[in-house]
Structure formats: C-alpha cells, structure tokens
Design a protein around this ligand. Structure first.
Ligand SMILES: [Zn+2]
Length: 109
C-alpha cells in the first residue's frame, strides 16, 4: 500500500529556517490558530494571513503597479511620438512658409 502525504513548506519568521509539515497538520494549525514551534524553538501561529496569502497579496500589488507603470510608459511613448510628429509638421510648415515667402519675393522682383 502506498501512502501519499502532501507536505507544506514553512519559514520561521524569526530565524527564517525552512521546515515542512504535513498538509493535514498545516490545515489543522491554520483553522485552530494553535501555536507551534519552528525547529529552533521559535513560537509561531497562524493568527493572521499565511505567508502564502501575504505573498499572493504582494504579488497582486506588484502586478497592479507593473500594469500601471506599463500604461504610463505607453502614454509617455505615445505623447513622445505625437510630439515628434507635431515637431516634424511644424518644421514642414515653416519650410513651406519660407519657400512661399521666397517665391513671392521672387515674383515681385
Ligand atoms: Zn525559528
């Protein structure tokens, strides 16, 4: 008979040692909020959010920021392109104006 036990990795918030407990034990600790100890004897418990939940929240926050930054970059890029286009048009207009003025002058002479 084969028994498969799922294990969950934990990191002590005090000494950062990694340790593993069975999923069933983990779930029991989470739901009971019962205290337990890391291998080095630091007291811990699942009072608030789990590390995974916190990490997930941080990741979501980072993704939001990343998306926001990307949007800002896109907007900045679009503005820059538009500015370049306008500058180009302005130059063309100035050129056209100059050549019109010149041809008028030439016409008068
Ligand atoms: Zn510890």
């Amino acid at each position: 008979m084969e028994t498969i036990v799922k294990i969950i990795q934990h990191e002590c918030l005090t000494c950062h040692v990694l340790f593993w407990i069975s999923e069933a034990h983990h779930n029991r600790l989470v739901s009971s909020k019962e205290g337990f100890y890391c291998p080095n004897g630091h007291c811990a418990s699942f009072v608030g959010k789990t590390d995974v939940e916190k990490l997930k929240e941080v990741k979501e926050e980072l993704n939001k920021n990343l998306e926001y930054t990307k949007n800002l970059e896109k907007t900045a890029e679009a503005s820059y392109k538009r500015e370049q286009e306008l500058e180009k048009k302005l130059k063309e207009c100035k050129k056209a104006q100059k050549s019109t003025t010149h041809s008028k002058k030439a016409g008068h002479n």
